[in-house]
Write a protein that binds this ligand. Structure first.
Ligand SMILES: [Zn+2]
Length: 165
C-alpha cells in the first residue's frame, strides 16, 4: 500500500510546530524561528534548520526529533540541512514564541540594536512576572549559556532572560 504523500507543506509545518525546544519545552522549534524552509522532493522531505546558539548541545537532539517525527508521520526519508547563512538571531523568535517565553517566566530577548552585544540592551529587560523594568543582572549565565539570570527589584523574583543573539 502506498503511504500517503503530503500534497502541501502545511502538514509538515504542523508536525514541526509540535516539536519542543529541548532546553525550553514551552516553545517549539518553529516558535524559535529555527526552521528556515521546508522542501518536498519526489520521495524526500528536506528541512532547512538554523541552529540557535553555537555549541548548543540541543542541536543534535532537535535534528533527531525532526527526522523521527516526520519519518513516522509521512513515511518518507527526511534530510535535515543546516542553514548557517544568514545566522539565526533572536529577532526570528515569533510573537507567539515571545509570549510563551514570558508566560513561562523567561524574559524574551529585546530586538537587537547595536552589534556591540547584549550588554547595552539589558537596561530595558522587564520582569516577566510583574512587568517592572527595575531589574538587575545577577549572573551572565543562567540555567543555560543561552540565558542570563536577572532579579526584579520590585517583586524580588529571580528570572531568566533569553539573551539577544
Ligand atoms: Zn517583578
Amino acid at each position: 500500500m502506498q503511504p500517503s504523500i503530503p500534497t502541501n507543506k502545511t502538514a509538515i509545518w504542523q508536525e514541526l510546530e509540535a516539536i519542543p525546544d529541548p532546553e525550553i519545552p514551552v516553545v517549539s522549534i518553529v516558535d524559535l524561528g529555527m526552521i528556515r524552509a521546508v522542501e518536498c522532493q519526489d520521495q524526500r522531505i528536506i528541512i532547512h534548520l538554523s541552529p540557535t546558539y553555537n555549541g548548543c548541545p540541543a542541536l543534535e537532539v532537535i535534528q533527531m526529533q525532526i527526522r523521527a517525527t516526520l519519518e513516522q508521520s509521512f513515511h518518507r526519508s527526511v534530510e535535515v540541512k543546516l542553514a548557517l547563512d544568514p545566522p539565526w538571531t533572536t529577532d526570528w523568535i515569533t510573537p507567539s514564541g515571545r509570549e510563551k517565553l514570558r508566560n513561562y517566566g523567561i524574559a524574551p530577548p529585546q530586538p537587537r540594536k547595536a552589534p556591540s552585544g547584549w550588554r547595552d540592551e539589558t537596561a530595558n529587560v522587564s520582569c516577566p512576572h510583574c512587568g517592572s523594568s527595575a531589574t538587575g543582572l545577577v549572573s551572565a549565565y543562567g540555567s543555560t549559556p543561552c540565558k542570563a539570570l536577572y532579579r526584579c527589584n520590585d517583586c524580588l523574583e529571580p528570572f531568566d532572560y533569553f539573551k539577544c543573539h
